[in-house]
Design a protein around this ligand. Sequence first.
Ligand SMILES: [Zn+2]
Length: 288
Amino acid sequence: MDYIKRYTTREGVRMAVAVTTATVEEARHRHDLWPVATAALGRTMTGALLMAGDFKNEENVSIRLKGDGPLGIVHVDAFSDATVRGYVDHPHVDIPLKRAGKLDVGGAVGHNGEVQVTRFTKLRQDYTSQSPLQSGEVAEDLAYYLYISEQIPATISLGVLVGTDNTVSVAGGFLVQALPDATDEALAKVEANINALGPITTYLSEHPDGEGLVEHVLDGLTVQEVYNAPVRFQCTCSRERFEQVLMTLSDTDKRDLLEDETTELVCHYCNNAYHFSRDELASLFDMK
Ligand SMILES: [Zn+2]
């Protein structure tokens, strides 16, 4: 039921909405994330999905949050087909809650550091740029990045609500972008609509499918849906890819691996484990 939808308006405002509850829950489950790690990675996954298709040319987006907090690096890859993967360096982080029992994502990511964004397609050279972290709360950091590095004025709202059993109750967000021809009147309307909306997690708790969110944020504008795709966690790793990596090892390292009955390789991005028996490796390496 996770999705991303994109909208244009006659008044020069664009909007993307994503509901990512099941996708973030899959990331939590795969990486055994503790709550604040779930929130940080989930917000970043949602933000990357919103930013990935934001340009026309089938663009993929990688986001790295490199803060000085205990999570270490938060890395996400979102692909133009609305699949996403990601990890945090340290999934088992537990820091005190903020006021009103809120998870301290900024404290876990860190208040100092940088956001690094890479946009890449099959056709063009990668484009990487960065900006300083603002709060570590992710949405603000990504909005600042878009403004400073890509000259895109945007409002981003991202939310992940973790339940008492530590699973993901709701996750999602939206990105609103003003195009150069946006009218002041339209921007003022949207700003007032967003201010009246309240926290995104509260909205999604009451409307888990995100229903009515676009109508709320773009109320008063002439809206057209231009894109709608299901979102899911998916990694690009495979047994064949790991075989290729193994083949690049030195002969000494290959012989070392052949000492063991089985070799386990784990994908950083999705935590899938691949097992190779000694016989399989011997024939792969053509060594006995
Ligand atoms: Zn993987």
